[in-house]
Design a protein around this ligand. Structure first.
Ligand SMILES: NC(=O)C1=CN([C@@H]2O[C@H](COP(=O)(O)OP(=O)(O)OC[C@H]3O[C@@H](n4cnc5c(N)ncnc54)[C@H](O)[C@@H]3O)[C@@H](O)[C@H]2O)[C@H](O)CC1
Ligand code: K
Length: 535
């Protein structure tokens, strides 16, 4: 699913209208319908709903929603920031139809006093014994907004934000620049849910707009009307790669044999976790190649796991001899994907082992953790031309790989990830808030699943295992396999955190929720795609 800027969204609308002959009014009608549907679903008991509408098309969506809700038996009212005569274009048509077909009262507001009065009359601000409104639709401004909120819109925000009434944002929370890539912005309306249209904008995937859901509604723009844009997409769109059932005559040979190489004396859990995650993601076979001294510990993780004892140096790390000459060939016989790094350590010959593995074979490979440290200051050795090579650095590891500071990495994540992936012709998974998946062809996908419960040791090892298993199963679809892996990992953690407390969720608990993640469908029965938040 593509991620657009406000300008690209405008271009989509224009093309839909001009090239596909769908009038703007039809799009607005569908947008308002979607807002009404989502509102009813999230707040089925809401009896008094107030639409706070601006004079542009965002307001028009709110006017349609108010009419649709009223027709469904909800006591809807509208507060219009401005006079009826000032309402523009298609929104004016929506206002006329609202007046014709419903008895929804429209409070026209032109100053702060009038605004406060309208809030009191509609119950947004509760006074006396009269029941208050139980839902507010924020349809003040959308993609036509340029910060900051001014005048009455700013006053409305100041009145609404301290209240406890739930707020559903139409397209974006008013005051949020749709093109912002910041996690938070100053001066926007708060929101308990967001309904956007056709495709997410930058702010929907990069921003933390709401603790509630963000959904994308299809309103009638065909796929062909959506411009390529900057090659930015959303990881969840790739999850479909894993939705086709396995054929009836399947066998384990069809789903990849993952070899996890890692572990050292003291860090045996890491390759164990990566292996477990690979098994739970559907790999046909998983073998853990670990130093002899930790073989028994790793084998004990689960009986389905095979182990390959490797020679180790006196410091307890994997020795270089394991991967030299015909030893490497013997090691990789029948292996379809290698995941190297978890728990490997930086002691002894561990770094040389990774460099030799990357240089000595073209077997698809995921490099993580200490595997990445082996290339500190030597990123020139990383070349994914003609092979599948996936790196999964967190910002600290990315900083060491590139010689930048962590702040330097965080400042221009998309640009940096894209450049690194294209320069080195590999797939880069840059972890953190909104993990990025950058591809060798320059496309970048943003992930929106996951939560702070994952900020614990072991999370990265689990992700490595999931990616390796996905590559083993979908070797011809590397881009989607990696994007889906990142999406599923975060989604499993979201399910784990719903079932447990964020303090108590362990990395291995997320593995136990991979079933929920695989079974989850991005698009619900109402045609809404949930890009943030679980339904
Ligand atoms: N395919 C789609 O996504 C569709 C989306 N629709 C909706 O249309 C809006 C965009 O509408 P537009 O008329 O271009 O702009 P806005 O309504 O967002 O804003 C214009 C309105 O707001 C006032 N304004 C602008 N900036 C400020 C400010 N800083 N402070 C106060 N007021 C401001 C300005 O004066 C105008 O009056 C999109 O978000 C969707 O919700 C369509 O319905 C159909 C297709
Ligand atoms: K809005």
């Amino acid at each position: 699913m593509r991620v657009l800027t406000a300008a690209q969204m405008g271009e989509t609308d224009r093309r839909t209208v001009q090239e596909f002959n769908t009038p703007l009014g039809v799009l607005m009608e569908a947008a308002g319908q979607a807002v009404a549907t989502f509102s009813r679903r999230r707040y089925p008991k809401a009896e008094r709903i107030v639409g706070l509408c601006g004079k542009g098309n965002n307001g028009g969506d709110g006017l349609v929603a108010a009419r649709v809700l009223s027709a469904a038996g909800v006591a809807a009212s509208v507060i219009l920031l401005g006079r009826s005569e000032e309402v523009k274009g298609e929104a004016a048509a929506a206002l006329a139809r609202l007046r014709e077909e419903s008895s929804v009262v429209v409070h026209e507001v032109t100053d702060e006093e009038g605004l406060k009065r309208a809030f009191e009359e509609t119950g947004v601000i509760q006074t006396g014994a009269k029941p208050g409104a139980d839902l507010l639709l924020d349809a003040l401004v959308g993609t036509g907004f340029r910060p900051p909120l001014r005048g009455l819109a700013a006053a409305a925000r100041n009145l609404v934000n301290p209240l406890s009434i739930p707020v559903i944002a139409v397209d974006v929370p008013s005051g949020w620049d749709a093109d912002s890539t910041e996690q938070t912005v100053e001066g926007a309306f708060r929101a308990d849910g967001v309904v956007t249209f056709t495709a997410p904008k930058l702010a929907h995937v990069f921003g933390y707009m709401t603790a509630g859901p963000v959904v994308v509604a299809e309103i009638g723009s065909p796929e062909e009307a959506i411009p390529e844009g900057d090659g930015l997409s959303w990881t969840g769109g790739s999850k479909a790669v894993a939705e086709k059932p396995r054929g009836p005559n399947s066998n384990k040979g069809k789903f990849g044999h993952v070899l996890v190489i890692g572990g050292s004396y003291g860090t045996a859990g890491a390759p164990g976790m990566a292996s477990l995650a690979a098994l739970r993601t559907g790999a046909g076979l998983v073998t853990a190649g670990v130093p002899r001294s930790v073989v028994d510990v790793v084998a004990g993780v689960t009986p389905e796991l095979m182990v390959m004892p490797l020679e180790e140096g006196p410091e307890g790390a994997i020795a270089l001899a394991n991967v030299q000459g015909q030893h490497l060939e013997a090691m990789l016989k029948r292996i379809t994907v290698v995941a190297v790094g978890p728990g490997l350590s930086q002691r002894g010959e561990a770094g040389a082992v990774v460099r030799q593995l990357v240089a000595g074979t073209k077997t698809p490979m995921v490099v993580d953790a200490d595997g990445l440290n082996a290339f500190d200051g030597r990123a020139d050795l990383l070349d994914g031309t003609g092979r599948t090579l996936v790196l999964t650095p967190h910002p600290g590891e990315m900083a060491r790989l590139t010689g930048l500071t962590v702040q330097g990495v965080e400042a221009h994540r998309v640009r940096l990830a894209r450049r690194f992936a294209t320069d080195h012709q590999l797939t880069l998974v840059l972890k953190g808030w909104r993990t990025l998946v950058a591809h060798p062809d320059g496309r970048v996908a943003v992930n929106t699943t996951g939560n702070p419960a994952m900020s614990k040791g072991g999370s990265g090892d689990i992700l490595t295992g999931i990616i390796a298993a996905m590559l083993g199963q979908y070797p011809d679809d590397v881009a989607r396999a990696v994007e889906a892996a990142v999406y599923l990992h975060g989604l499993a953690a979201d399910f784990a955190t719903r079932a447990m407390d964020e303090h108590t969720v362990l990395a291995t608990d997320t593995v136990m929720h991979l079933s929920d993640a695989f079974r989850y469908r991005v698009r619900d029965e109402d045609g809404l795609s949930w890009i943030c938040g679980l339904r």
